[in-house]
Write a protein of this length. Sequence first.
Length: 727
Amino acid sequence: MIQRVSVGGLQVAAELNEFINHEACPGTGIEPAQFWAGFERLLDKLGDKNRGLLQKRDQLQASIDAWHQAHQDQPFDLADYKRFLYEIGYLTPEGDDFSIEVAGVDDEISRIAGPQLVVPVNNARFALNAVNARWGSLYNALYGTDAISDLDEITGTPSFNPERAQKVIEWAAHFLDQAVPLQQGSHQDVQAYQIEAMEQGAKLVMLMRDGAVTQLARPAQWVGFNKTDDEQTILLRNHHLHLEIQINPKALMGQVSRAGIQDIMLEAAISTIMDGEDSVAAVDAEDKVKVYRNWLELMQGKLEATFDKGGRMVTRRMHPDRCYTSPQGEPFRLSGRSLMLVRNVGHLMTTDAILDAQGREIPEGLMDAMVTSLCAMHDLQRSGDYINSRQGSIYIVKPKMHGPEEVAFTDELFGAVEQVLGLPENTLKMGLMDEERRTSVNLKACIRAASQRLVFINTGFLDRTGDEIHTSMEAGPVLRKGAIKQQPWITAYENRNVIIGLQCGLQGKAQIGKGMWPMPDEMRQMLATKQAHPFAGANCAWVPSPTAATLHAIHYHLVDVTQRQNALVMQTDDNLDELLTPPLLGDVSLSTEEIQAELDNNAQGILGYVVRWIDQGVGCSKVPDINQIGLMEDRATLRISSQHIANWLHHGVCTSEQVMETLRRMAGIVDQQNQQDPHYRPMAVNFTDSIAFAAACDLIFKGGEQPNGYTEPVLHERRRQMKQKLC
């Protein structure tokens, strides 16, 4: 039973009230009574408007379902379909050209292109790993992964392997030749990096093994240094990204390196989304307070995590800034931490953490906006080593918005929060997740609706495909998931996001992002393919780990994103027809084996993720797929897989009996994959008693009736059921 306290007309869970009053408010200048009274006014103003937007979603979906049902025996007529979508208001006119007018944006958003991490904020250890991943060791990333093909035969051992180290040093030197080339020769042939004093300042020279002396091909790339008795650091810059050459001939790697280089540190995770949405399992006040408390302590610069590592207890904290001296002898600092954004939940879910004056659960997104902004005020009022936004902004990523009307509502919500908290107008900056169909087909209008606070757009194949399947559920059976990725609509989606973003003036002001690399153990493959993201004009892209961020940073040294965006800005976005064409099976004939293989893959992925979400409250983790490849999974994977099976069931591609048999068989496989986890509860032992197995069944067999195909309603209900069982 939830303990509540009356605060004005609200009924607030006691633990949330305690957190707001005694942890979040102190130090902000906002008194608890002021916060709660302002929040109640905000709920009175915007609560029903939020509910009305959800009703419109349902009405539009019902109209689209009816149109497809009325045309089910006819060839798909795209022109007629498009006219219909305009008539019902699903498609809206783009309007005149414009450019966003956002101000007060940090360089990590506006100028620096680089990797972006997304991490569950309720896991303090993961959050600290991410925020500290602003700088990463290139040598460690190469030595400890499969990134270099030549290392296959040189097995890494617990002890140091000089042969493996030499391969890493050679690879890194080749990278330096591309990012910070010399006037003559290669970094592989440098004997020593020396700083020579001059009449005005200093210069960097390289002594080569043949006795020659050379400099950088672009001397201005050398921007700083520092020196101790044991180590010298050379700070270089390329495409706004920094890298350090750390020299210590006595270190293990330094003994192998001709120039005594012990490591090359790359500026890596430029920004991190501290996620309170898809990668967390937060279903009640207790869970939400964990999310909010970690975000608060990040904003205060005091989050810590203590854990066992290799038999000893380790305490992890946020890294301070890094200090250097410029070639002119002036001291300066660079941030030691990733710039943090926070992802709130979308408009759909309500929460019983607070009941309004009518006794109703309130929209969870309204609570997120108020509380995460209150917590971030601690950052705005600080100075020193742990500042997040030096421009005084609060960055909130808002997911799962459907069309410009919902974006405008979020803009209104952020403005209302600013008024309650006494913040200057447009302090709250918006990250727009372009992951819903009604948003991607109206992207220009969506950007316009938040033009004074928008700092981020991105694409996400999984959620976008899940919504595509659900929106077109009545149009017919869809292709296999692998084939969907090859359809023209997905290329149109990815290209339009960049082109429209550039046309709307995001260059130099905001991030244009691309989606996650899901395989944290497949770094060689990531290095070979993910350069496509900056080449496509994206100035950030998601990676699953700090190591992946370090390796992906290489791509931003090799590709000048500014030049790519300059080349792309004149392209047109006239591929709306492709974007509106559903990825239907059509006359493609699937064999019995192909159908079963697709069901196996979907069912195993659903069960592997759901069992951790429901039983252990883990919203994001590395989950082995059916081929034993570890994939970083969150709810987006669940959405596409469950909607895919629901679509095939609806159109008779498979039967309910076949799906249930598949689920039961895959549950046994998932049980085997998790048998080393002492906290794991097997599903196949007793299907009737497994709440996780019941949740997976609900997601599939009730998939067609879930709002826009979202998984949250089922997951929240079943997780609450499990928490009650554990009490």
